[in-house]
Design a binder for this molecule. Structure first.
Ligand SMILES: [Zn+2]
Length: 314
C-alpha cells in the first residue's frame, strides 16, 4: 500500500492532499501563502507541507511515491520550468520549480503540472470526467484555466503551454490580458473580470443592492444576483455569454463529450452561468457538435488540482 501527495499552489493558499493509489483523499492540509514573501519562502512552505503529509503517510504505513505540484501558470512538465505565474508576481518568470523543490525535498520524487491540467487529471481520475476520453475543463477563478483530454490523452502542446483555454479570444479589441493579447475569455469570465465588470457597470449607474458596496467582489456579485439584483445578473450574463462564445470555438476544434466548469467563481455561479452559456454555445456551433455534449459543474471543487497533481506521481 502506498500513497501520493498533491499540492495545489494558489494565489493565497497552498492546499495539500494525501491520496491512496485510487485517488481517495487520506489527509488534507491548507496553508496561507503570500506572493509578497518571494520564491525562497514559497518553495520552503511547499516543501514543509509535503514533508508533513509524507510523515503522516509513513505513520499510516503508506509511504508516499512522491509529490505532485499544480502551479498557476503555463509550464513544461518535462523540465519542470514554469514560464510565468502572473498572479504570483514578477519573480517567477522561467522559474525552475521542480529543480528548486527537488533540492528542498531530496527524499521525494517531484512532478509539476499546470494547475488546470492537474484539475482535469483529477476529474478524469476520480471526479465528473471519470472514464471520459474527450473532455475539457474551464476553471473560472482569479484567472481562467483550461484542461483538455482528447482521445484519452492530456493535451499540453509542444512546450507544455497549450490548453490555455482562458485565452481564447472573444473580443479582438477587448481589454488587455496578461498573455499579451486583448479580449481573452479571462477578461470576461474570471472572478477578477466579474468584479471589474461590476465596478464598470456601477460607475455608470449607482442603484440596487450592489451599489451599496464600494468594490464588490465576484462573490458579492453572485450573492446579489441570487437576490435578483439586475445589474449583478447582467454582469454574470455578460460572463456567461463570453464563456459560451469561447466554448463554441473550443467545441469546433475538439468536439468534446463533456465540458466541465470549475474554479471558485465557476463553481459558485454555475447555475447562474449555465443557461446563457449553453444557449450561446449552441447558437454558434453545428448541431452535431453539441448533440450529446454534456455541460456540467466539476465534481471535485477546489480539491481537483491537488488530487490531479498527486496522480502525476502514481
Ligand atoms: Zn489572454
Amino acid at each position: 500500500m502506498s500513497s501520493a501527495i498533491g499540492i495545489d499552489l494558489g494565489g493565497t493558499k497552498l492546499l495539500g492532499i494525501l491520496v491512496d493509489e485510487r485517488g481517495s483523499p487520506l489527509a488534507r492540509r491548507e496553508r496561507p501563502t503570500c506572493a509578497c514573501d518571494g520564491p525562497d519562502v514559497l518553495v520552503g512552505s511547499i516543501a514543509a507541507l509535503a514533508r508533513e503529509l509524507a510523515e503522516e503517510a509513513r505513520a499510516a504505513g503508506r509511504p508516499p511515491r512522491g509529490v505532485g505540484v499544480g502551479a498557476p501558470g503555463p509550464l513544461d512538465p518535462r523540465t519542470g520550468v514554469v514560464y510565468a505565474m502572473p498572479n504570483l508576481g514578477e519573480d517567477y518568470v522561467r522559474f525552475p520549480l521542480r529543480e528548486r523543490l527537488t533540492r528542498a525535498l531530496p527524499e521525494l520524487p517531484v512532478a509539476v503540472e499546470n494547475d488546470a491540467n492537474a484539475a482535469i487529471q483529477g476529474e478524469v481520475w476520480t471526479g465528473a470526467a471519470k472514464g471520459c476520453e474527450d473532455a475539457i475543463l474551464l476553471t473560472l477563478g482569479t484567472g481562467v484555466g483550461g484542461g483538455i483530454v482528447a482521445a484519452g490523452r492530456m493535451i499540453r502542446g509542444a512546450r507544455g503551454a497549450g490548453a490555455e483555454l482562458g485565452h481564447v479570444i472573444v473580443e479582438p479589441d477587448g481589454p488587455p490580458c496578461g498573455c499579451g493579447g486583448r479580449g481573452c475569455l479571462e477578461q470576461y469570465a474570471s472572478g477578477t473580470a466579474i468584479a471589474r465588470l461590476a465596478a464598470e457597470a456601477l460607475a455608470r449607474r449607482r442603484e440596487g443592492a450592489l451599489a451599496q458596496l464600494a468594490a464588490p467582489s465576484a462573490q458579492d456579485v453572485v450573492r446579489a444576483a441570487r437576490a435578483g439584483d439586475e445589474l449583478a445578473l447582467a454582469v454574470i450574463d455578460r460572463g456567461a455569454r463570453a464563456l459560451g462564445t469561447a466554448l463554441a470555438s473550443i467545441v469546433h476544434v475538439l468536439n468534446p463529450e463533456l465540458v466541465l466548469i470549475g474554479g471558485g467563481f465557476g463553481s459558485a455561479a454555475w447555475d447562474l452561468l449555465e443557461p446563457s452559456t449553453a444557449a450561446e454555445m449552441k447558437s454558434r456551433t453545428f448541431v452535431a457538435s453539441w448533440e450529446g455534449l454534456k455541460l456540467a459543474r466539476a465534481a471535485l471543487g477546489s480539491d481537483a488540482g491537488a488530487i490531479g497533481a498527486a496522480r502525476s506521481v502514481i
